[in-house]
Design a protein around this ligand. Structure first.
Ligand SMILES: [Zn+2]
Length: 89
């Protein structure tokens, strides 16, 4: 959930405008949202994986853990920066 900057109403993450006052929330398009969701869906398990790899000292899997975390962070960042760029327009 997001908070509307104008009227402080709770707005769904998927909503393109505030239902209370109609202020456009300037969310990125569905592609940006999808990128962020994919980034989070992969990022969180990747972080857990990396933590377990470090905990169990499975150095041969360390590279995969880092790559997975970096990839999902990159996907999330692309979605986030695209959404931010779309908001400025
Ligand atoms: Zn509002």
């Amino acid at each position: 959930m997001l908070t509307c900057p104008d009227c402080a109403a709770e707005v769904s993450d998927a909503a393109s405008a505030c239902p209370a006052c109609g202020k456009p929330m300037g969310r990125g398009g569905p592609v940006h949202t999808l990128l962020r969701i994919v980034g989070l869906l992969f990022g969180i398990p990747s972080l857990i994986f990396l933590a377990l790899v470090l905990y169990w000292r499975m150095t041969e899997l360390l590279l995969y853990g880092f790559v997975a975390v970096l990839l999902s962070a990159a996907v999330f960042y692309i979605g986030e920066s695209r959404a931010r760029a779309a908001r400025r327009r």
